[in-house]
Design a protein around this ligand. Structure first.
Ligand SMILES: Cc1cc2nc3c(=O)[nH]c(=O)nc-3n(C[C@H](O)[C@H](O)[C@H](O)COP(=O)(O)OP(=O)(O)OC[C@H]3O[C@@H](n4cnc5c(N)ncnc54)[C@H](O)[C@@H]3O)c2cc1C
Length: 510
């Protein structure tokens, strides 16, 4: 069932059993899981079914620290959320990503990869991926033309990826609006979360839109699924009863913001031509791999988890950095600039004289960011059109991040040399071991994580291992804000898995 909240009588009171705030990747994944249950689900979406600049403006904010994309351009504010322009790259986190590593401050989740495995399998269905199987041996049989480098498996392994083409808005719009027990309200922006007197239960949320309407939504359970930055912002902005914001008694909400550093970091010069299709992403591919460092070698070298992919140098040296290209406040224009820069680099590559360059590749890093309390989301004094304080993001990296990238390439270089496959040449910014600065155009993956981190200890995290906000019995967070560490893979598969796990937990409580 679909209701446009702009057409409701002002000051309406909406009631249901559970209220999911945000109909993006996490919110829709959860809502689908509740179809045909005996419960009335209220699904609140700030935007409509199409892009709307007035609503998108609500994502406007300020950034400091390491240069970042314009905040308004990094998420899509309408039904279906940011799957509207995501790239669909999926791979699960590794077992090491969940454990406490003594060389990674603030690492360690209260759950393990095994706990998530059944939910990863269910997330595969929602994202319309292939089988939940990331073993290279499986994919080698499926796609025999994918040839691996012959490297020491004790040091380097092939981490597999699958690709989703799911755009949740288009894919699930009909299913959600036709479901009898799912009540989708569009143009229903949550602007405030109201608790009982003791701040242990949520009583209602306040919804507003640009038509000047205000409504209240009451439910037994509330799930925040607005994206990692926005969820933190809403908790911080709901400060009429708790001065520091909700769930923020220990000043953790918004802290530990993490991204994935995704940057051209080195070159690989092969001694002779090699079919590198396995290591290159291409449209329409079912699977590909990235070169990854084994858990044992990560531990020995006390580095973060990261992977490496290959792009032909003739193409990638003509490619502008994403941080320079994705620079328009309007996400559609940024995406267009991005596509144009890829086409231009492809054209430039065609003009390159073949020869040794066809054996040369750009090595592209994808690495987790070490959790850092100073890398954080706060709210400023300026407010958006609906009266919610705007986001301020301070993105801050650490020495461990840089040392890990450098070490990954040193290890890869050694292995390439030993096997006689070729040579690795570090990019300038990695050569001086004492230089901890970062290039101005350092690229990030548009992945927002860690702002409502998970820990069983309320002094160290915002949500419990079940994604419930500490101290508030009926408020939960769905999404990558709950990550304690960010893993190397892109976040969406894991956040869908975590949302489905949360869905089961709330069902049990009901
Ligand atoms: C260019 C780009 C490429 C990407 N590629 C990949 C990739 O290849 N692989 C990958 O794993 N990830 C990728 N991502 C990241 C991926 O898009 C996000 O991880 C994912 O969409 C986050 O899901 P979410 O549900 O938390 O947020 P969203 O999908 O952004 O959904 C949030 C929803 O909440 C709604 N909302 C926000 N505020 C409110 C409010 N106050 N009240 C009501 N509703 C509200 C929004 O309108 C939206 O519908 C990419 C992102 C970008 C920008």
């Amino acid at each position: 069932m679909h209701i446009d909240a702009r057409n409701l009588e002002n000051n309406s009171v909406i009631q249901g059993d559970i209220c999911i705030i945000g109909a993006g990747t996490a919110g829709i994944s959860m809502a689908l899981d509740w179809i045909d249950t005996p419960y009335k689900v209220i699904l609140l979406e700030g935007g409509g079914f199409e892009y709307d600049d007035q609503v998108q403006n609500l994502y406007d904010g300020e950034t400091t620290g390491q240069r970042y994309y314009p905040l308004k351009s990094t998420r899509l504010h309408y039904f279906g959320g940011t799957t509207g322009h995501w790239a669909g790259m999926c791979s699960p986190f590794d077992p090491i990503d969940f454990i406490k590593r003594d060389w990674v401050p603030n690492s360690g989740w209260p759950i393990s990869r095994k706990d998530l495995d059944p939910f990863y399998a269910r997330a595969h269905e929602k994202l319309q991926l292939g089988p939940y199987n990331y073993e290279f041996t499986y994919w080698k049989k499926e796609l025999p033309n994918l040839i691996p480098f012959s490297l020491d498996e004790k040091v380097i392994w092939n981490k597999m990826w699958q690709y989703s083409v799911a755009r949740f808005g288009k894919l699930y719009g009909d299913t959600i609006t036709k479901a009898k027990n799912i009540h989708l309200y569009t143009y229903a922006n949550v602007v405030d979360i109201i608790t009982n007197g003791t701040i242990t239960d949520i009583k209602e949320v306040v919804v507003k839109n640009h038509a000047g309407k205000t409504h209240k939504v009451r439910a037994k359970h509330f799930i925040l699924a607005c994206g990692a930055i926005q969820n933190a912002r809403l908790l911080l902005a709901s400060n009429s009863q708790a001065a520091q914001g909700l769930g923020n008694d220990n000043d953790i909400v918004g802290r530990y913001f993490m991204e994935h550093i995704e940057h051209a970091s080195a070159e690989l010069w092969l001694s002779k031509p090699f079919p590198t299709k396995l290591y290159s992403w291409s449209y329409g591919a079912r699977a590909s791999a990235e070169l990854a460092i084994t858990e044992k070698v990560q531990t020995e070298n006390r580095i973060l988890n990261g992977t490496v992919s290959l792009y032909p140098l003739a193409f990638s040296r003509n490619l502008d950095s994403e941080m320079d290209v994705w620079n328009n406040e309007d996400p559609r224009k940024s995406a267009e600039n991005f596509r144009e820069s890829i086409s231009e680099a492809r054209e430039a590559a065609k003009k390159v004289n073949e020869g040794s360059i066809s054996r040369a590749f750009q090595l592209h890093t994808r690495i987790e960011q070490a959790p850092n309390p100073n890398s954080r989301v706060t709210i400023g004094a300026e407010k958006d059109d609906l009266g919610v304080p705007k986001t301020r993001l301070n993105w801050e990296l650490t020495r461990l991040d840089k040392r890990s990238i450098r070490k990954i390439y040193q290890l890869l270089g050694q292995q390439m040399g030993i096997s006689g496959l070729g040579r690795v040449r570090l990019r300038e910014f990695l050569r001086d071991e004492n230089d901890n600065s970062w290039p101005e155009d350092l690229n990030a993956g548009w992945h927002h994580m860690g702002t409502t981190r998970m820990s069983d200890n309320p002094k160290r995290g915002v949500v419990t291992s079940n994604c419930q906000v500490h101290g508030i019995s009926n408020l939960y967070v769905a999404g990558s804000g709950c990550y304690a560490t960010s893993g190397a893979p892109n976040p969406t598969l894991t956040l869908v898995a975590l949302s489905l796990r949360l869905s089961d937990y709330v069902k049990d409580k009901m």
